[in-house]
Design a protein around this ligand. Structure first.
Ligand SMILES: [Zn+2]
Length: 206
């Protein structure tokens, strides 16, 4: 069994801006940017846009203020078996760190409990802790896998994410139908095993 050294799931440093101040900070800068791209910032439709942008950016990046420990809380329970748990088709919305454009798709997460299981609703919430940050899909996938390894301490975790990236669809290569698939396998899923095969078969047949 090969276990990759886990990334810490604690809060990332939030830079200089504090959450409470960010709306005040962002608004005038967005107003300036709107002017620079050629907009008339005084027209009615745009009056509240800087504020709306600041608020929505705050939500879309709220993962910086979240931590896996807080999200999981006390929702760890005694495992009664070591059968695979698979939560598939978890809706996922994130933003690429290169263009700050959305990417979205689905995450499929399987794990083999050892001593503990985690409340099922917590798995999508762990996804959001990392998805609501500026990301690359590869790192997002690994961070989710490592966070589950760290908190649930299962025999293994498998995370597969399939996503479409607006930075490829709207600009750049302008490919509307391509999907990027990434996976992170930890513990018993890491090597070519029956467990890994079972996980991939379950995904295929879903
Ligand atoms: Zn991008």
């Amino acid at each position: 069994m090969i276990l990759k050294k886990s990334l810490k799931s604690k809060k990332r440093p939030a830079g200089k801006a504090r959450a409470g101040d960010s709306i005040e900070f962002i608004q005038p800068r967005i107003r300036e940017i709107l002017g620079v791209i050629g907009e008339d910032v005084s027209r009615e439709g745009l009056l509240d846009t800087p504020k709306r942008f600041a608020k929505s950016m705050g939500f879309l990046t709220s993962g910086y203020q979240a931590s896996v420990e807080e999200v999981v809380g006390t929702a760890l329970f005694k495992a009664e078996s070591s059968e695979m748990v698979l939560v598939r088709d978890i809706e996922l919305y994130s933003m690429c760190e290169h263009h700050m454009l959305p990417f979205f798709g689905k995450a499929h997460i399987g794990y083999i409990p050892d001593k503990k299981i985690i409340g099922l609703s917590k798995i999508p919430r762990i996804v959001d802790v990392f998805a609501r940050r500026l990301q690359v899909q590869e790192r997002l996938t690994a961070e989710i896998a490592d966070a589950i390894m760290d908190t649930v301490k299962p025999l293994g975790v498998a995370v597969v994410i399939e996503a479409a990236h607006f930075c490829m669809m709207m600009r750049g290569v302008e490919k509307q139908n391509s999907k990027t698939i990434t996976s992170a396998m930890r513990g018993v899923f890491y090597s070519e095993s029956d467990t890994r095969k079972e996980f991939l078969t379950l995904l295929k047949n879903g």
